[in-house]
Design a protein around this ligand. Structure first.
Ligand code: DWN
Length: 406
C-alpha cells in the first residue's frame, strides 16, 4: 500500500484505469516498442480528503525539453490569463517594487502581461522548450522545478514575493508539502498564493474522468487544499469557481492570521460535505459512472463505424490519453486526431497509437463525426467550426454525458 503524499496515511485506490502511457507522450513508430506504461489508479485519502493517483511516473518522463503542450493554443485561455493578469496588476501588484512569481509559467501566457506592465516578475518553468518560448515573449524565466531550495535562491536574488500564482500546475507536483514550504519561505508576510486547477467537485459531478492522468497527481477540493497548506502556515481565505478546463477552482491562500477568510470558504466547504467529496461511497458511484460512460462511448463509436461513418478526434489532449486507453479506442474507431500543435503533428497518440494530423487534414475533408477530445474548449471550437456542422458533420461528446450533437 502507498502512503498519502500529504498526511502519510495508507492509500487504497477506488478504481483502476489499467496500464496507462505518458499522457503527453506523443511518439513515433520507432518508440512504440519501448513505450512506458504505469498503473493509473486514483485514491481518496480517507484521512485528509486528498484525491491523488497512487503511482506517478518520474517527472522527467513527463516534463522535458519536448513537452508537447503550449498554453497559447486556446484563444479563450489567452483571454482568461490576460484578465487574471489585469486583476493582479490592479489589486495585488500596486507597490512600487512589487514582485510576482508564477510556478509553471509555461510559454508566459499570463506573465507576459505583467512583464508588459513593467512589473518585476519571475516565471519558474521546468520544461526547457516552453520556457524558451516565454523568454522570447519577454518573460523573465528560470528553467527549474520549484521547491524550498529554489525559493531560497529566488529570495536571495529578488527578495520576497507579493503574489505567487500558478494555473494548472499545483495539481502536477507530487511534493506538495515541499512546494507549500517553499511558498511560505518566498511570500511576503502579507503576500498571497493564488492558484487554480481542475476542480474535484466538477470531475465527480460531470464524470470527467479524463482529468485523471499522470500529470495530475492531485485533484483538489477546497477541503483538501485547506488541510494540505495549513501545516505550512498558509490559510485558505477565498475560493472562486472558474469555467476553464471543464470546471476549475481558484484558491487564495495567505500566511495564517494575515487576512480573514471570505464567507465563500465556509460555503464551499459545506457544499463539498454535501457532495460527499470525502466519502468513499461517492467514489464507488463515480467508478460506476466511468464504466457507464465507457460503454456508451464505445457503443456510439461502434455504431458510427458500422454505418460506414468516418470519425476523427478533435484535439490530441493529454486527457484523451486516459479516454482512448481506458476505453480501448484505436484507429479502428477513430481514423486520426486533428491538432493545431506542431509538436504533436505527424506523431502517434500515446498507448493506442492513433495518428495525429495537422488541422488542415480535418478541414480539407470533413469527417462524418468529430470526437471532441478537447471538450473543455467546446464553445471556442464549435464557434469556429460552423462550416463542419453546416456540412452535416456531427460532434460526439462524452462529458458530462455521451451525446451526438449536430
Ligand atoms: O493541466 C494541463 C492542461 C492545462 O493542459 C496539462 N496537464 C496538459 C494540458 O492538458 P490537455 O492537453 O488536456 O489540455 P487542453 O487545453 O484541453 O488541450 C487542447 C488540445 O487541443 C491542444 O493540443 C490544442 C488542441 N486544440 C486544437 O487542436 N484546436 C485546441 C483548440 C482550442 C483548437 O481549436
Amino acid at each position: 500500500m502507498s502512503d498519502c503524499r500529504i498526511c502519510g496515511a495508507g492509500l487504497k485506490p477506488f478504481m483502476s484505469f489499467g496500464p496507462m502511457p505518458i499522457a503527453n507522450g506523443f511518439l513515433t513508430p520507432e518508440d512504440f516498442d519501448g513505450e512506458y506504461f504505469f498503473d493509473l489508479e486514483p485514491a481518496l485519502c480517507e484521512s485528509c480528503g486528498m484525491v491523488q493517483i497512487v503511482e506517478q511516473p518520474a517527472p522527467e518522463l513527463m516534463f522535458h525539453a519536448d513537452y508537447a503542450f503550449f498554453s497559447g493554443t486556446s484563444q479563450r485561455m489567452a483571454q482568461h490569463f490576460k484578465a487574471l493578469a489585469g486583476e493582479l496588476i490592479e489589486r495585488n501588484l500596486t507597490a512600487k517594487d512589487a514582485f510576482a512569481v508564477e510556478l509553471g509559467s509555461n510559454d508566459g501566457i499570463m506573465l507576459r502581461h505583467i512583464a508588459d506592465a513593467g512589473i518585476r516578475h519571475l516565471g519558474i518553468e521546468p520544461s526547457a522548450n516552453v520556457a524558451d518560448a516565454a523568454r522570447e515573449a519577454g518573460v523573465n524565466t528560470l528553467t527549474a522545478f520549484f521547491d524550498e531550495a529554489c525559493a531560497e535562491r529566488i529570495v536571495d536574488e529578488y527578495g520576497h514575493a507579493d503574489v505567487i500564482y500558478s494555473a494548472n500546475v499545483m495539481c502536477h507536483i507530487p511534493d506538495l508539502p515541499g512546494v507549500a514550504a517553499g511558498v511560505r519561505r518566498l511570500l511576503k508576510p502579507d503576500g498571497l498564493l493564488i492558484f487554480e486547477d481542475p476542480y474535484l467537485g466538477d470531475v465527480i459531478a460531470k464524470t470527467s474522468y479524463d482529468q485523471i492522468y499522470d500529470e495530475h497527481v492531485f485533484l483538489f477540493s477546497a477541503t483538501s487544499v485547506a488541510r494540505a497548506f495549513a501545516p505550512h502556515g498558509l490559510s485558505l481565505i477565498d475560493t472562486r469557481p472558474l469555467p476553464t478546463h471543464g470546471g476549475s477552482m481558484r484558491y487564495y491562500l495567505a500566511p495564517k492570521g494575515s487576512y480573514p477568510a471570505a464567507p465563500a470558504v465556509e460555503t464551499r466547504l459545506e457544499a463539498e460535505r454535501q457532495q460527499g467529496l470525502t466519502d468513499p461511497a461517492r467514489y464507488e458511484s463515480f467508478r460506476e459512472a466511468c464504466e457507464r460512460s465507457r460503454r456508451e462511448l464505445l457503443a456510439a463509436l461502434g455504431t458510427a463505424r458500422d454505418e460506414g461513418g468516418c470519425v476523427v478526434g478533435y484535439g490530441a489532449t493529454a486527457k484523451s490519453t486516459t479516454v482512448t486507453n481506458y476505453c480501448g479506442i484505436t484507429s479502428d474507431l477513430v481514423s486520426f486526431i486533428s491538432d493545431i500543435t506542431p509538436e504533436k503533428q505527424g506523431k502517434y497518440s500515446p498507448g493506442v497509437h492513433i495518428p495525429v494530423r495537422p488541422y488542415d487534414a480535418f478541414r480539407a475533408n470533413y469527417p462524418d463525426y468529430a470526437l471532441l477530445f478537447a471538450w473543455n474548449h467546446e464553445a471556442e471550437i464549435r464557434d469556429k467550426e460552423q462550416d463542419f456542422a453546416a456540412s452535416g458533420g456531427r460532434w460526439i461528446r462524452y462529458v458530462p454525458e455521451v451525446e451526438i450533437l449536430a
